[in-house]
Ligand binder design. Structure first.
Ligand code: TMP
Ligand code: MG
Ligand code: ZN
Length: 210
């Protein structure tokens, strides 16, 4: 290295924990965070404000464990504020990352450039069995991906899909993607037991008939 040259910042990395609901993503995020804390790393935990299921100020796993988190709204300004905020931390944990808009991908990229270790947990698939929002992008740029599976409530095989049930019936394909909830609307299912109702919710307008 040239004498007097600035020491280059060592880049950070991105770990993504994905999988269906009830597969243990938040528990795994908490485990990773705890390990970092044992190593005296400074950890910042973030979550989207929209996830208000059990707490607005904590991330909460399905087994009831919780940990304080900073809730961010989905505006670009709020997401960009993380860059400043994160300066004082080594590890940035993000839960329910699938709910954030595109800007989170740019901000995560910036955090990695700044040398931060980012651990993001989120659903890879939505209730239709399709990639959830920004998740395909995060999975592609991640250094490490951990795909967790749940157990299918119907046949007890490994489950990687999330079944949404409305009044006990499979949700319709055209239903809104975002519906915050837990056992009240969702269960883990394998590919064979997963059902989606593809009938349109509004009958198509028939034109040109006399
Ligand atoms: P979990 O992965 O920590 O269990 O939480 C997933 C959250 O995402 C939960 O609030 C339900 C919500 N969700 C949607 O909004 N749309 C979906 O298609 C699915 C599968 C879950
Ligand atoms: Mg969770
Ligand atoms: Zn099954």
């Amino acid at each position: 290295m040239k004498i007097g040259a600035a020491t280059p910042i060592k880049k950070g990395r991105l770990e993504v924990v994905c999988g269906s609901m009830f597969s243990g993503k938040t528990e795994e995020l908490m485990r990773k965070i705890k390990r970092s804390e044992y190593a005296r790393q400074r950890v910042l935990v973030l979550k989207p404000q929209i996830d208000n299921r059990k707490s607005v100020t904590c991330i909460v796993s399905h087994d009831g464990r919780s940990r304080t988190a900073h809730a961010l709204d989905s505006s670009d300004v709020a997401i960009q504020s993380v860059i400043e905020f994160a300066q004082a931390f080594d590890v940035i944990g993000i839960d329910e990352v699938q709910f954030f808009p595109d800007e989170i991908v740019r901000v995560i990229g910036k955090l990695i450039e700044m040398g931060k270790h980012v651990v993001a947990a989120g659903l890879d698939l939505d209730f239709r069995g399709e990639p959830f929002g920004i998740m395909p992008y995060l999975l592609a740029i991640a250094d490490d991906v951990l795909k967790l599976k749940a157990i299918c409530v119907v046949c007890a095989k490994d489950a990687h899909q999330t079944q949404r049930l409305v009044n006990g019936q499979p949700a319709r394909y055209s239903d809104p993607i975002i519906l915050v909830g837990a056992e009240d609307f969702y269960e883990a299912r394998c590919r064979n037991c997963f059902v989606i109702d593809r009938t349109p919710s509004v009958l198509p307008v028939t034109q040109g008939l006399v």
